[in-house]
Structure formats: C-alpha cells, structure tokens
Design a protein around this ligand. Structure first.
Ligand code: FRU
Length: 482
C-alpha cells in the first residue's frame, strides 16, 4: 500500500541511515530497536523501494551486540574495491556507523560490508576504523570527492558536545586522516548531530555551492530538534561558509531566524541525503519526530510502533532576491483529484465543503485583498483542531497544534512559525495524513513539518482576518490506494 510516511510495521525508529541508491533501488536504513518501542538496542533496520513510494521491509541489516549499539551513519558503494572487501565486478557496499560502546563511554566509527547489494551485512574485523577517544564522536557521512588532480573519500562526522563538524580523508575507506574542523557556528543551543555535505546547483544557472547540514538537539528553530543549513564552499579539505554565523541560542529569536533552516516545524530531524544519485537528484529523508517527546509518544498496543520518516524531498538551490535558499520538492505519490473550490469570498469563518482525504494533498491559493491574513482550520470532533494562520504584516505562517494534543506528551502542545513573504496570492501545498502535515510555501523554499494529534472526521474551514479574503482555488487530491 502506498503511504505518505514510511515507518516499519513495529518497534522504535529514529534517524534515517545509509541512504543509498544502488542497482535501481533506493535503500533506506534507519535507527531501529528490533526488540521494542524504546530507544534502545540500536541497530540498522532496512527497507527498500524502486521509486521512494512503495517500500518493502527487510530484516535487520546491522544488529547491536554485547559490545556496541549501532548508531547513525552512511553507506557508499566501493566500486574500485579499495577496501579489498568485495571485487570490482561485484563491489561491496560499505556502511559507516558509530559504535556506541556498551562497556565504556566511547563513540568510534566502524564499518560493516555487504556482498549481496545491501541485504546482509558483516561487521569488519578491524573495527573501529576511527577512534578519537571521544564520548561524543558520531554520525559519519562519507562522500566521494573529486578534486582537480585526485579523487578520494571524505568523512564528515560530529564532535557533538563541542558543536563541531570534523572532516577526514581516506583513499581506502579504512585509514583516515584529519583534514579540518568547522564550528561552533550558528545555532549552538544543543548537541550537533548527523551532518551531511554535498554540492547543489542554483536552479537555472551553472553555479554550484556546497551545503553542510547540521542537526542540533535541542536548540532547533521550533524548539527541541532541528536542522540548520550552512551554505558555503568546500575545497576538498575545508568548509568555508558564505557568511559568518554568529553563535546563537534559542532565547535569541531574531538571531535564530537569521539562520537557514531545513524545516520550520517540530518534526523534521537528522535529515540526510542519498548516495548514488546524480547531483540533480539530491534527495533527503528525515526522521519525523523530535527528541523533546519522541520517547513518550503513545503506541498502539495491537502493533506497537514509534516513529516515521518525512516524505523524501528533492533538493536544489534558488536565488531569492540575491539570497540563496534551499528548495525542497517532495517525492510524493500520485493523487486523484477530488473536490475543487474556486473564487470564494470569505470573511467570517466558513466551512469548506470538501472531504479531507486520509492521505493526500491540499493546494490553497488565497488572495488577501484588504485583509491582513487568514486562518485555515482543520477541525475534528470535540474541539480538536490544527490551525494555520497567515499574518501578512509579520510575513509569517503559524501552525498551532495545541488543540490536537490531547493524550500526547505535554511538550507536544506547540505552535510554530515560518516566514512566508507577503504576496497578492499566497499559495500553500499541504501534504497531509492522519498523523502529520508537511507544508510547502514559496515554491518549496519554506517548509514546515509537524506531527498532529488525531482529528476524528476532520473538516476544513477558512476565515479572513481583518477583512475578506478570496479563495482563488483549493484543489484536493487523495493518494491512490489509501
Ligand atoms: C540523532 C542521534 C544520533 C545518534 C542516534 C542514536 O537523532 O542522536 O546522533 O547516532 O540518534 O540513535
């Protein structure tokens, strides 16, 4: 069955790991507890898909053992057999993961290899392959770097407590030498985790710049877990940001809002991109939860499960008034277009006569006219609701899910804000299912992802604020097969 948001059938899941496109399939590994719904016994779970839409679940790929939990990391295909673990004809897949020691306070980088295209994995006998004697050295992302004269491997990982990204280099994936360190910079209100580094083209130009993603927890823009996006240049050794980012904590709201964020919602964390795709198809998946409450989220006793992934998103850069922004376009299932409303003048809160799909897309185009904003309500029974409010003066969209938080952890009750530039017509695309909403504005350069509490038989409403607004169009699409 096509779903909007991947989750394994049972048990705990957090970060996506080892994303790789290999022999025509997308492999999604993830932090997984094979034994239950707690964040424990960390292993790599595994699913794969031909199209990022239909996922097949596979057995646990890399399991915890008496010595270690298997924390986050990445995968590369060793085409040249530089490790000697496969062959050139049948290259090994090499997974880099963090060995979180069970016997001492130590995090080191280890590898496992697969000789059957990612299904079964063997831990390397020479582990760990990188040990700094650190308690907080984790989340290796390995990329292939092609410089003017040579090609080699680069690993980015974090010294989490130091708010630093560390860069290493290797020719054989087994021996690593330190290149440079980036940070602290920008948001430093929490530990740095799950870095990613990749080149990205500015749409409509030949210009390419480098993107360094750094997740941090807590201290994200919406509270708790969040991901900052540093734009800059990488010369094969050192990452140099385009601008200097002053150190900022959550208490400095203006400072936080000057930074670039992948997502303005509460539930988009540890996002990383696929190896094995051309740069034009750079694709990110993130964990759709937040460490503020992930461990307390309720589970269904019949099929106990906690955690899921965001929609996959294709990335690019766009120049908006001289400033580069990350653009995200979701890779989403096709929808059957249902109701369409057009040219509706609204002042007082009005019910919109369309059925809200169990999983689907709502596309709004709303003219402000003389109004200073509008409110879109998603209203369930018993006053449960989620409200999206646009404020043209503040140029902000807020999402308030507090009235949907009954029975959920106290930290879940929140409202978040995302900048959305004022324009004669505001267009918003919502990808929605029964547990989350992903909101894409300004052509995908502003994204907000929030889990929502359960809304029984949700209905849609619209109200103008400070005057009449005009619903130019609302197009509702249901995901086929839900
Ligand atoms: C991020 C993270 C990583 C770590 C993993 C453990 O959510 O804390 O830094 O490797 O989760 O599950």
């Amino acid at each position: 069955m096509t779903r909007l948001h991947y989750s394994p059938p049972r048990n705990w899941v957090n970060d996506p790991n080892g994303l790789v496109h290999h022999k025509g399939r997308y492999h999604l590994y993830f932090q997984y507890n094979p034994l239950g719904v707690e964040h424990d016994n960390m292993s790599w779970g595994h699913a794969s898909s031909p199209d990022l839409l239909e996922w097949d679940d596979h057995p646990v790929a890399i399991g915890f053992d008496d010595e270690e939990q298997v924390f986050s990391g990445s995968i590369v295909v060793d085409h040249e057999n530089s490790t000697g673990l496969g062959t050139v004809e049948e290259p090994a897949l090499i997974a880099f993961y963090t060995s979180h020691s069970k016997t001492q306070s130590l995090q080191t980088q280890s590898i496992a290899y697969s000789l059957d295209d990612g299904l079964t994995w063997t831990k390397y006998s020479g582990n760990p392959i990188l040990d700094r004697g650190s308690e907080n050295f984790r989340d290796p992302k390995v990329i292939r770097c092609t410089g003017a004269e040579e090609t080699y491997w680069v690993m980015v990982a974090v010294e989490a407590e130091d708010r630093q990204v560390v860069f290493y280099r290797s020719d054989d994936l087994l021996h690593w030498t330190h290149l440079s360190t980036f940070g602290p910079a920008g948001a430093v209100g929490g530990v740095w985790e799950c870095p990613d580094l990749f080149p990205l083209r500015v749409e409509g130009t030949d210009e390419t710049h480098w993107v360094l993603l750094v997740s941090l927890n807590p201290g994200g823009i919406a509270g708790g877990s969040g991901t900052q996006c540093f734009l800059g240049e990488f010369d094969g050794r050192t990452f140099t940001p385009h601008t200097d980012f002053p150190l900022t904590q959550s208490a400095d709201d203006a400072g936080m809002r000057r930074l670039d964020w992948v997502d303005y919602g509460r539930d988009c964390y540890a996002g990383v991109t696929f190896a094995g795709l051309p740069d034009e198809e750079r694709t990110l998946i993130a964990w759709m939860s937040n460490w503020d409450y992930a461990k307390q989220m309720p589970v269904d006793e019949g099929a106990p499960q906690r955690g899921s992934m965001t929609l996959p998103r294709r990335l690019s850069l766009v120049d908006v008034d001289g400033r580069l922004r990350l653009r995200q376009v979701p890779v989403a299932p096709s929808v059957v277009e249902g109701a369409r409303l057009e040219e509706l003048e609204v002042t007082q809160k009005s019910h919109l006569p369309v059925a809200v799909p169990d999983a689907g897309r709502l596309e709004f185009a709303i003219s402000l006219g003389e109004a200073c904003g509008f409110e879109i309500g998603l209203e369930g029974e018993d006053e449960a609701r989620v409200v999206l409010a646009y404020d043209a003066q503040a140029e902000e969209l807020s999402v308030d899910r507090r009235a949907s938080a009954a029975g959920l952890p106290a930290e879940f009750a929140s409202a978040e804000r995302m900048p959305v530039a004022a324009a004669p017509v505001i267009t918003l695309t919502l990808w929605l299912d029964r547990r989350a909403v992903e909101i894409y504005a300004e052509n995908g350069t502003r994204v907000l992802t929030d889990l929502i509490g359960s809304l029984r038989s949700p209905q849609l409403s619209l109200a103008g604020i400070g005057g009449a607004v005009r619903l130019e169009s609302l197009v509702v699409g249901s995901v086929v097969g839900t």
